[in-house]
Design a protein around this ligand. Structure first.
Ligand code: GLP
Length: 240
């Protein structure tokens, strides 16, 4: 695991974007595994800037996202589908038909998980971007999720509901469930890029990088992957 410590969020975002841009330049048909949350927003902004200034093209790129809230349609402004359009897809030349997320509004969640797992078989991520939950979750794989899990229905923990409530009008509006790629789907990526910032993530970063490999801290599984780059600011790295 390569750990790059940056001065701040801005530098973290620049470095993370450059890594993704280089992958796309090397392989214009790359498959990008993407994440939501505040951690990758700056990364996406730098990718947009590069697209506008240097013309890096995403027209043949495919994307697979980690997760989606159950019950939200793609046009709900708190859905991850909406997040991806407004924070990235609408500002680059990607074909929206090449972008994929689990469907949170699917009637049959089991079937939707099967569909997404089959899709992931065809689209192996050249890089999977990850944020990190303060409890060490990746995607919505909460503590205790088995390492051999594939896309599944998740009951969100109180901790995650509280963390994510800042983006909703009230905590009662935060969905209680999500569909998430499993840990096996994430580990299947050819390379993994983790972006983390802030003091509230320092414990989770320590567990991810140095702690015992245990489902109690899902991100610790990344120690077993051969190509992981962690780009974190010095606050997030403060306990390393
Ligand atoms: C959410 C997402 C994760 C994300 C994490 C951290 O619950 N499902 O994919 O990495 O929380 O979010 P943030 O980057 O906003 O701290």
């Amino acid at each position: 695991m390569q750990v790059i410590v940056t001065e701040n969020y801005a530098e973290m975002s620049e470095k993370a974007a450059q890594l993704i841009i280089d992958i796309v330049k090397n392989n214009p048909k790359a498959v990008l595994g993407l994440a939501t949350g505040s951690s990758p927003i700056g990364t996406y902004q730098n990718m947009i800037k590069d697209h506008k200034e240097n013309g890096t093209s995403y027209k043949d790129v495919h994307t697979v996202n980690l997760d989606e809230y159950v019950g939200l349609t793609a046009d709900h402004d708190q859905s991850y589908a909406y997040f991806m359009r407004t924070n990235l897809f609408d500002h680059i030349d990607i074909d929206l038909n090449n972008t994929n997320l689990p469907k949170g509004s699917a009637r049959c969640r089991g079937k939707e998980c099967d569909r997404y797992n089959a899709l992931l078989e065809n689209y192996k991520q050249d890089v999977q971007v990850l944020g990190l939950g303060s409890n060490g979750h990746i995607g919505f794989n909460e503590p205790g999720t088995p390492f051999d899990s594939v896309t599944h229905l998740v009951d969100l923990t109180e901790n995650t509901i509280k963390d994510n409530s800042r983006l909703f009008a009230s905590i009662d509006e935060v969905p209680r469930q999500a569909l998430s790629m499993g840990i096996k789907n994430i580990m299947n990526a050819k390379s993994i890029l983790v972006v983390v910032s802030g003091k509230n993530k320092a414990e989770a970063v320590k567990g991810m990088v140095k702690g015992p490999i245990t489902p109690d801290l899902p991100a610790s599984v990344l120690q077993l992957h051969p190509f992981v780059t962690v780009i974190c600011d010095k606050d997030a790295a403060s306990l390393l």
